[in-house]
Design a protein around this ligand. Structure first.
Ligand SMILES: [Zn+2]
Length: 394
């Protein structure tokens, strides 16, 4: 938190800055679309299947070398569909289906199970992609499952135990809905100190809610719970706003029969780094046992809520290992290879506004890069930063 930050946070940029950013973004998208149409993206993919770029200090240009290790990408989705709780609700089902078709046509697609096995085997295979979803929203059954079946994509869905049991969305969705519906022009909330937000259109409110959630990821989980309870007294949420948003066990079992795998995503979606180790049994172990009881199969894969470096820690990682988990995924960007810690697997978040050309180029570039090229910023450390995108890791 920067000391000189004004007490009045302005989440929207000036009109001129927004206009320039809009122009830059349009140019960027146009270039990517042209690259896609003339076949340059496919060329990148074909090169990446055999070669990789290596960047060395002191040289501006990367060198090209033959790829000698397998690379595995894990895609991270949250929701598919265009309604409901505001986050991740703009990926149209037909766009998602196009992405699955593209994966099936141009990549080697593996289940998380196969990916974990092959990471251990370390033999050289084609660039491989696995598909995962976090949180267990209902549209995964109504919107995503048909496409997964159609293109035989063996996806993994990470479920939040208490949301499955109660049918209620996780705590952060209550904040998104409360801020979306907040009356008046301003909202004052006590975060690291008293913050005064200027409410505006839906997009601005979404950014404000995201800033609040980011702050709540930095305080102890009991403090976060107390904050949420107090906040809800001030801005209560109508139950109808959050009804029928999560998967039911019946839907989960039907997807399980259709080849979907399931992993644990805690009981209540805390930032694991903010848990007291005495809570690990409940959040990290009970969530797994609940899934095993309900699904009748071993559950050995875990997804860290929010998933950035600052949301994880080595104490929790050691607990997951001792508890018998096989893997844990983060939202730190990058691909995985045999040297990657299986309890810190990286993923690529798929933005809900991404075009087919951007989707294809993201994957092609990812596989073309040499090991560990990608940044792994947390993107949430300072409330003073602009909330630059809607790509929230929840
Ligand atoms: Zn989550």
């Amino acid at each position: 938190m920067s000391a000189e930050l004004s007490s009045k946070i302005t989440v929207s940029r000036s009109p001129r800055t927004r206009r320039l950013a809009g122009i830059r973004e349009r140019v960027r998208r146009s270039v990517i679309n042209i690259m896609y149409r003339v076949g340059l993206v496919r060329f990148v993919e074909r090169v990446a299947s055999r070669f990789e770029l290596r960047r060395s200090t002191g040289s501006r240009l990367p060198s090209v070398r033959r790829r000698i290790t397998p690379k595995f990408a894990i895609l991270c989705y949250h929701r598919v569909g265009t309604d409901g709780v505001p986050l991740f609700s703009h990926l149209k089902p037909n766009e998602f289906e196009s992405q699955m078709r593209y994966l099936r046509k141009h990549y080697r697609v593996a289940s998380l199970d196969q990916l974990c096995r092959e990471l251990q085997e370390a033999r050289l295979v084609e660039p491989t992609v696995a598909v995962t979803f976090d949180d267990g929203y209902r549209d995964l059954y109504t919107q995503a499952f048909p496409a997964l079946q159609k293109y035989r994509i063996p996806a993994t869905i990470y479920l939040i135990g208490r949301c499955m049991e109660t049918g209620e969305p996780p705590w952060y969705d209550r904040i998104f809905v409360a801020v979306k519906n907040a009356p008046g022009n301003t909202l004052e909330v006590q975060l690291d100190r008293l913050r005064r937000f200027e409410l505006g259109p839906a997009e601005v409110r979404l950014q404000i809610a995201w800033q609040i959630v980011c702050y709540l990821r930095t305080i102890s989980d009991p403090s976060r719970r107390a904050w949420c309870a107090k906040f809800e007294q001030v801005l209560p949420v109508q139950p109808a706003e959050l009804a029928e948003r999560m998967l039911t066990w019946e839907q989960v079992r039907e997807m399980q029969k259709g080849g979907v795998l399931f992993g644990a995503h805690t009981m209540s979606h805390p930032a694991v780094s903010q848990l007291d180790p005495s809570d690990f049994d409940e959040e990290l172990l009970r969530s797994r046992r609940l899934l095993e009881e309900r699904l009748g199969v071993p559950v050995t894969d875990f997804a860290y809520p929010f998933g950035k470096h600052s949301d994880t820690n080595s104490v929790a990682e050691e607990f997951l290992v001792r508890a018998g988990y096989r893997s844990a995924v983060t939202t730190v960007e990058g691909y995985n290879q045999p040297t990657t810690n299986p309890f810190r697997l990286r993923r690529i978040q798929i933005d809900d506004s991404v075009s087919m050309a951007s989707f294809a180029l993201t994957l092609g570039r990812l596989f073309l890069e040499s090991p560990d090229p990608l940044k792994s910023t947390d993107g949430m450390d300072d409330l003073s930063m602009q909330v630059q995108q809607r790509r929230c890791e929840v």
